[in-house]
Write a protein that binds this ligand. Structure first.
Ligand code: F6P
Length: 368
């Protein structure tokens, strides 16, 4: 088959936002224009904009000054899935989903898009799969604060998020010390503990609870009490939203049936705090950091990574290496088949060196 010439590129941001998305949009658009004389078209609100035909050209005017801005100028959506597009409710009030792949193809045709760059996580990659099967060239750029995308050692947005979480944990230290309290701080991350592990270590948290290591509240209580006995006077517990007790399950905050991942975690922080206070008698408070971890400008490292990702994405497209996802492996920017990342998560391995490092400075993971 003759090589398809790529002159018009559609780009979208899907799933939850994270710092650095705009930096990728800027890098792809500028490199496409200045290096390859190609044009880039922004698709609004992820796959929703592709289904609903909301597309506009990105020019240097649109992408100037956005490197440092959090969020995404295109908007995003963690519900719209072309294969399962929510079209309203039936007479009984049940949600009705339809296949909107045809609408996506119609939008692609109308704007004469030769390829798509999709910036997102496993959900976004899965949404792109039917289009790839129908012959649309796609390049994936992995993003998430959770750092849980299969195939890449790191995603942009993660470093910013754990820096934000670290600064918040730092602030909890002084108030915990003043009041001789236990402070439990619940962090995001879905089913992966990367965010909590990094922020926990960076802030010197005394207890780190992550989904990959099932905890026993009695171990946590004994640890907290032993710190009191040693005169420490307070404890900081960094608790991932996906942490769970041994033999128990995650705490679910809400179900969103329209979302690729319908479960929203949340509530474990309050549960852990309640149990600590009840069992030890030590006054305990909970802070849920929530979406603050996803907001704000990207830190310098994420700006660099996002720019590298955007540049690699455009090079893949232009060199005919389609249906790949940009990744970092051993410090190098490279790429893997995009569908390798669909429906998969990268969790913290139990033998990860950071767990050993944390244990060496007497961090409790609640498992012993
Ligand atoms: O995947 C990013 C993330 O922020 C998770 O850490 C969190 O569990 C989830 O998204 C929250 O989703 P929403 O923005 O729909 O509440």
């Amino acid at each position: 088959m003759p090589e398809r010439h790529i002159a018009r590129i559609g780009i979208l941001t899907g799933g939850g936002d994270c710092p650095g998305l705009n930096a990728v949009l800027r890098a792809v658009t500028k490199a496409a224009m200045y290096r390859f004389e190609a044009r880039v078209f922004g698709i609004e609100d992820g796959f929703l904009g592709l289904i609903e035909n909301r597309v506009g050209e990105l020019t240097s005017f649109h992408v100037s000054g956005i490197l440092t801005r959090g969020g995404t100028i295109l908007g995003t959506n963690n519900r719209a899935n072309p294969k399962r597009y929510y079209s309203g409710k039936d007479a009984q009030g049940n949600p009705v989903f339809v296949d909107a792949t045809k609408q996506c193809l119609a939008t692609i045709r109308e704007h004469q898009l030769d390829a798509l760059v999709v910036i997102g996580g496993d959900g976004t990659v899965s949404c792109a799969a039917p289009l790839i099967e129908l012959g649309v060239p796609v390049i994936g750029v992995p993003k998430t604060i959770d750092n849980d995308i299969y195939g890449t050692d790191i995603t942009f947005g993660f470093t910013t998020a754990y820096t934000t979480a670290t600064l918040s944990l730092d602030r909890l230290h002084s108030t915990a010390a003043s009041h001789h309290r236990v402070m439990v701080c619940e962090l995001m991350g879905r089913n992966a503990g990367w965010l909590t592990l990094h922020a926990g270590i960076a802030s010197g948290s005394d207890v780190i609870l992550i989904p990959e290591i099932a905890c026993e509240i009695d171990h946590v209580c004994r640890f907290v009490e032993s710190r009191m006995d040693r005169g420490r006077g307070f404890s900081i517990v960094a608790c991932a939203e996906g942490a769970k007790p041994r033999g128990g399950d995650v705490v679910v905050a809400r179900h969103d049936p329209r979302s690729h991942d319908p479960i929203r975690l949340g509530g474990i922080g309050h549960m852990v705090a309640h149990q600590i206070e009840e069992r030890t008698g030590i006054e305990t408070r909970t802070t849920v950091l929530g979406h603050v971890q996803r907001g704000g400008p990207p830190v310098a490292a994420d700006r660099v990574l996002a720019t590298q990702f955007g540049y690699h994405a455009i090079n893949l497209l232009m060199s005919g290496r389609h249906n790949r996802m940009v990744v970092v492996r051993d410090g190098q920017i490279t790429d893997i088949p995009i569908l390798d990342a669909a429906h998969r998560q990268r969790l913290v391995p139990l033998d990860h060196p950071l767990i050993e490092v944390a244990r060496s400075v007497r961090t409790c993971f609640g498992d012993r």
